[in-house]
Design a protein around this ligand. Structure first.
Ligand code: NAD
Length: 309
């Protein structure tokens, strides 16, 4: 049976990834920050190691013997990185390097570093392909770009088989209610106001978390060392358009929308060209309409999961 280590596996995307690994022997290593929640893995067979990807001693115990390591562990919220960048650099850069070194030392045959379209900055028209240079504009994006570049260097310098995935904005059940979809849905379900940044014209490409995980599994199987793979969704929307859909799904109206000052350095638009991954057979399966309906339904029926946040 394949042994897979999922770092950050108690978070939003990592826990969906663990759920998608039926038949594997899975270890989850997670620091359980505010964003990590062991309940995200309820009913899912796994071995749990509580700890930090910056802890080389712990990694030397946990990493050996795994056939695949997938790194989701990160500080992941742009607004928090603007308020304080240090933890982002620590986990997303130093933690990634510490994990890669442990994988190299243990002879792990395949590693996937999970990353984001935000490393490229902002693009008004067209889409980035994987040859676009990183040009991050927030401390979060810069720290992820740093981790990605360290991963590339481990592939080239040491021959570690590590591939990098970059994905757009994820949505789905169990996303901590600080990102726009779960924040707006949980506020609207409570009849509270939602804060819309600036003119609401920022564009994001939305992907259901399960499609993202399918793309990562494909890269784990077929990705080349040191290469980047884009995982795109199928729904490009302005925040204003998204807000309209969320109001409709929650049965609320625009009186609950509060315009707030724009985020500092707010990227206008992200867009990924995913031709490379499609060449390996990738297709997003979940339409945004259906995925959003089910996601709102999940938050409506799992108030105990988010009520205290
Ligand atoms: P999340 O914030 O929900 O989860 C992060 C997890 O990592 C948590 O369980 C947390 O406890 C854990 N963690 C944080 N620091 C750690 C450390 N030092 N050691 C061990 N564990 C630690 O994040 P997410 O939205 O699930 O994102 C997962 C990954 O996917 C991140 O690398 C993120 O950059 C990337 N990504 C996210 C999105 C998105 O839309 N959410 C899009 C593209 C890429």
């Amino acid at each position: 049976m394949k042994k897979i280590l999922v770092t950050g596996g108690a978070g939003f995307i990592g826990s969906h990834f663990v759920r998608s690994l039926a038949g594997a022997d899975v270890t989850v290593l997670d620091k359980l920050t505010y964003a990590g929640n062991r309940a995200n893995l309820d009913g899912v067979p796994h071995t749990f190691a509580h700890g930090d990807i910056c802890d080389a001693g712990l990694l030397a115990e946990v990493v050996p013997g795994h056939d695949l390591v997938v790194n989701f562990a990160a500080e992941s919220h742009v607004d928090r990185s603007i308020d304080g960048a240090a933890e982002f650099v620590r986990t997303n850069v130093l933690g990634t390097q510490t994990l890669l070194q442990a994988c190299l030392d243990a002879g792990v045959p395949k590693v996937v570093q999970v990353s984001t379209d935000e490393v490229y900055g902002s693009i008004d028209t067209g889409s980035w392909d994987e040859s676009a240079p990183p040009a991050p504009r927030s401390p979060y994006a810069a720290s992820k770009a740093g981790g990605d570049l360290i991963a590339r260097s481990y592939a080239i310098t040491y021959g570690l088989d590590v591939s990098i995935t970059r994905c757009g904005n994820n949505y789905g059940p169990r996303q901590y209610p600080e990102k726009i979809i779960p924040l707006f849905v949980t506020n609207l379900l409570r009849g509270r106001k939602v804060p819309l940044y600036g003119d609401g014209g920022n564009v994001r490409d939305w992907i259901h978390v399960e499609d993202h995980c399918a793309g990562i599994r494909l890269v784990a199987e077929a990705g080349e060392p040191g290469e980047v793979y884009h995982i795109a969704g199928n729904a490009e929307l302005t925040n204003l358009e998204l807000t309209g859909l969320l109001l409709e799904a929650c049965g609320r109206d625009w009186s609950l929308v509060e315009r707030v000052e724009d985020r500092k350095g707010h990227d206008r638009r992200y867009s990924l060209d995913d031709t490379r991954l499609r060449g390996l057979g990738y297709r997003p399966r979940i339409s945004f309409d259906q995925g959003l309906k089910e996601t709102v339904g999940w938050y409506a029926t799992h108030r105990d999961w988010w009520a205290s946040s």
